[in-house]
Ligand binder design. Structure first.
Ligand code: PEP
Length: 341
């Protein structure tokens, strides 16, 4: 649930009309991408606060959970051969009629498999890159760190993803943060740069087991959020809301089979939403989709989906099974029923 200041907000619009209204509120460029259009929104500063600058609510009360469409993503990580990717694409395509229409879905193949998947996967699924490059040392607030093509051997730029009409990019996954040393600051720059190039972003945040046990979970995730908000808050061509999805992924739950309890997930998600309300804006807090990730599978997704502040899942291991992934997508209906929409 979301704690925000008065005046009261009545939620009357459907998820899609809410999203449409948000998108209409900003000047933008739209790019046609088969079934999915993505936007490069320009300034929409009217409703934003500055990261770190707290609003002072006159009356704090419970308003609502998020209003965005349920969104499920499959992170294929560094998995797949040409044969196994072909098989997975075929299984997913076969499952399209079984997947509810009330949720957004994306799949994240490796860069190598991305063009094949984009060509062959049904347009019911969006494709999502697993990363995009930004120059770590660049201080370039005017140009959104926009010098990411050139002499950067082995990297893939947001410009290239834009050129390929890839609509989403996953940024700040804990495996990249912990194994490759990506800092909060780099992740923030990557988000700003990817948004500048019209990509929707799924940004991963989450604490380690040690951080949970020593009671610093919220220090960690608010710092991660702040690094993102700092970069996109005052940038032209960047926006929150429908275009920035937050994936809360406690590191101790990723690939371990140890799922966070519904109470733990609800507590973190509602605090993320409050943080957005206080540090970005109430509109953004309501529109931002917050996914949970960490050992989600076809058997445990329904219980989690009942939570009011879950707006979807980011799925690793179980997304490599097309039938299971389709079942997880359909947790959207459990969610809408539980929250009464
Ligand atoms: C992930 O890597 O984003 C993830 C959630 O993995 P898994 O579902 O395998 O825990």
């Amino acid at each position: 649930m979301l704690l925000v200041a008065a005046p009261p907000t009545t939620r009357t619009s459907s998820p899609s009309t809410t999203t449409t209204a948000m998108m209409m509120s900003a000047r933008r460029r739209t790019m046609s991408m088969g079934s999915s259009a993505f936007v490069r929104a320009t300034k929409s500063r009217g409703t934003r606060g500055s990261a770190g600058r707290r609003r002072a609510p006159s009356t704090v009360r419970v308003v609502s959970e998020g209003t965005g469409r349920f969104i499920v993503g499959g992170n294929w990580k560094c998995n797949g051969t040409r044969a196994s990717v072909k098989e997975l694409v075929e299984t997913l395509n076969k499952n399209v009629p079984n997947i509810e229409k009330n949720c957004d879905v994306f799949c994240c193949p490796t860069f190598l498999h991305l063009p094949y998947v984009k060509e062959n996967l049904d347009s019911r699924f969006n494709v999502c890159a697993q990363n995009s490059w930004v120059e770590a040392d660049l201080v370039d607030p005017e140009h959104h760190y926009d010098s990411t093509t050139g002499a950067f051997t082995g990297e893939i730029s947001a410009e290239m993803l834009e050129d390929l009409e890839v609509p989403f990019v996953l940024l700040g996954h804990s495996e990249r943060r912990t194994l490759l040393g990506e800092t909060d600051e780099i992740v923030g720059k990557k988000v700003a740069h990817a948004r500048y190039h019209g990509l929707s972003v799924v940004v991963c945040i989450g604490e380690s087991l040690e951080e949970r046990e020593n009671g610093t979970t919220f220090d960690v995730i608010f710092k991660q959020l702040k690094a993102v908000a700092k970069e996109i808050d005052d940038r032209e061509h960047s926006s929150w809301g429908s275009s920035v999805v937050i994936a809360y992924e406690p590191i101790w739950a990723i690939g371990t089979g140890k799922v966070a309890t519904p109470e733990q997930v609800q507590e973190v998600h509602s605090k993320i939403r409050n943080w957005l309300a206080e540090n970005v804006s109430e509109d953004v807090a309501k529109a931002t989709r917050i996914q949970y990730g960490g050992s989600v599978n076809a058997s445990n997704c329904a219980d989690l989906a009942k939570l009011s502040d879950i707006d979807g899942f980011l799925v690793g291991g179980a997304s490599l099974n097309g039938d299971d992934f389709a079942a997880i997508c359909n947790a959207s209906s459990v969610h809408y029923k539980a929250v009464g929409r």
